[in-house]
Ligand binder design. Sequence first.
Ligand code: GMT
Length: 376
Amino acid sequence: MKIAIVCYPTFGGSGVVATELGLELARLGHEVHFITYSQPVRLALLNPNVHYHEVNVPEYPLFHYQPYELALSSKLVDMVKLYKIDVLHVHYAIPHAYAGYMAKQMLKNEGIEIPMITTLHGTDITLVGNHPHYKPAVSFSINKSDVVTSVSQSLKDDTYKLFNIKRDIHVIPNFIELEKNNIEYNVPCQRTLIAKPEERIITHISNFRKVKRIPDIIRIFDKIQQNIPAKLLMVGDGPEKEKAEILCQELGILDKVIFFGNSNEIDKLLSNSDLFLLPSETESFGLAALEAMAWGVPVISSNSGGLPEVNFEGVSGYLSKVGNIDEMAQNALKILKDDALLAQFKENALSVAKKFDIKHILPLYIDIYDKAIKKY
Ligand code: GMT
């Protein structure tokens, strides 16, 4: 198959999922074309089946806002014609499904019909897409997609609740490529670079937006470190990062918290971690938690959105009500204080992550592509 993938090229989960999906399809021999405004962060181009086409938005002084959708839909039309693409897979509804629909219409005008799959990732529905200024366009483009998928049952339910959607939504959970998690990174010297031998390593990875409840993470860690020796690794960048550093300073724990910024070495950090914190306000899935679990790292999270579909209560970690930092800290300490229990939770976290191995999930997407192409 020749598949065009439209996604955000940044560190965000939707871009990561789209990139890993495309790379795996390419490994299986499909021809994959990534179409976005810069090279996706996890995209390795040294693969004969992987192509990357940059969307350029020419600047013009008249435009207060540069028309990205226009440039994207034009690029899609050109690439579909040039490479004879069979199927369009857009990740994140805004504005990708909208631009994809426009591209389909332009192609139809030239006698070319192509199916469009839209994958909903979370904030495109629960935060941004739901804004009254976007809602009609988001509803329209979801309804006009040939197939719609969502990354969790919770996101599917939210989509029906928040929008007037008249079509089926297929739940295809996010995935992890477990094969790449090998012993290579897990060398003891790496751990000693980060923490003292007696310290437990606790990690958080995100885009540091409000929805991640960054102050909760700091306060949970503060309670943990009052009881046991511990380090907190804060990985990622975003609007809440500076405030988080200030809070650490106020609490007098800055020497125990390392802020890494965006990192391409999260595997190294996770392979040395003992616990992952994700107390988000909402999370359609929580890919970062799954990535942690794939390294055998238990998760303390909130119980909102799709998190209970990924982090299994009392098995791979614990879940609490949003904002219940006392309970989250208690649960963290319960796991971290007891070597045997920690070992058990680590084993469980990996077992749960195995359910989301790419080898189980990829066939679901391939099946959807096949059926959509055959319909046309
Ligand atoms: O977490 C974010 O804010 C980034 C966002 C994105 O669009 O990349 O993540 C969303 O998609 C991920 C991949 O499907 C999910 O794992 C995240 O849970 C989801 N984020 C939210 O729902 C807040």
